[in-house]
Design a protein around this ligand. Structure first.
Ligand code: NAD
Length: 250
């Protein structure tokens, strides 16, 4: 029995990277998935992959910093897939910028996409989740940077620490509606973006501090999303789960 059959999910930033993997794993668990991304062609590609597996999926373009676009994303989900049970706030940007040279627009962009976007998506999704009258699930993508910081990422760390605080506050606010809100804090993920962002010596040094001695895989994060969306996680809320090979354990 697929654990998420009859459930419908929105995944922001679902067009590539971790978001793509989350879309595929949710679909394999039986969920219908709206793949939402600022890059419509990428979102359509992932939705086509899911449809070819005989699962139901649709794609839409969204800029998570726009209230109007986010409202229309939720409307598209309800109109095309029938309901909304699971929201995965995964869209994010992480441009490296040391504080001394960081521009105000660098700061504003990172906070707008990574933090304001989570607020807008949750606010837009909650009425549809309540209407579905099932166990709602909100899963926010944080980062180990939001827990322990990272050089060159003050804006990013602030946005992800904000996501963690937001997750706790909203979890308290919507618990009585049978909606859980949790966050995932991945360690550095093994993908193309990482190879472009971090020099090899920095990754090697990071790995010396990871007890399990490898980078996070997108699949590790996606498996945690599927678990948090499942009935097995019904008594978990307000938590931030570090999927980081033990990097931030304390
Ligand atoms: P990625 O850059 O590969 O994918 C991000 C996706 O978000 C892209 O498809 C992009 O088009 C989309 N996106 C960007 N801005 C958007 C906007 N305004 N509206 C809608 N969609 C938008 O990144 P990734 O590595 O897959 O990261 C996904 C999430 O995981 C992010 O929140 C990131 O901060 C977090 N994370 C990543 C790592 C890592 O090492 N890659 C580590 C920890 C946390």
């Amino acid at each position: 029995m697929e654990s998420l059959s009859h459930k419908t999910a929105i995944v922001t930033g679902g067009g590539r990277g971790i978001g793509r993997e989350i879309c595929l794993k949710l679909a394999m668990a039986g969920a219908d998935v709206l793949v939402a991304d600022i890059d419509l062609a990428a979102a359509q590609g992932v939705a086509a992959e899911i449809n070819s597996l005989n699962n139901r999926s649709a794609a839409c373009r969204v800029d998570v910093t726009s209230k109007q676009a986010v409202l229309s994303m939720v409307e598209t989900c309800v109109n095309t897939l029938g309901r909304l049970d699971i929201l995965v706030n995964n869209a994010g940007v992480f441009p490296i910028a040391p504080l001394a040279t960081m521009s105000e627009s660098d700061w504003d962009r990172v906070i707008a996409v990574n933090l304001k976007g989570v607020f807008l998506c949750c606010q837009a999704a909650l009425p549809a989740m309540r209407q579905a009258n099932a166990a709602g699930r909100i899963i926010n993508m944080a980062s180990v940077s939001g827990l322990v910081g990272a050089v060159g990422f003050t804006h990013y760390a602030a946005s992800k620490a904000g996501v963690i605080g937001f997750t706790r506050a909203l979890a308290r606010e919507v618990a009585s509606m049978n909606i859980t809100v949790n966050a995932i804090a991945p360690g550095i993920v093994d993908n193309e973006m990482t190879a472009q962002t971090f020099p090899k010596f920095a990754l090697d040094q990071y790995l010396t501090q990871v007890p399990l001695r490898r980078l996070t895989l997108a699949e590790d994060v996606a498996e945690m999303v599927v678990f948090l969306a499942s009935s097995g996680a019904s008594y978990l809320t307000g938590q931030t789960i570090a999927v980081d090979g033990g990097y931030t354990m304390h």
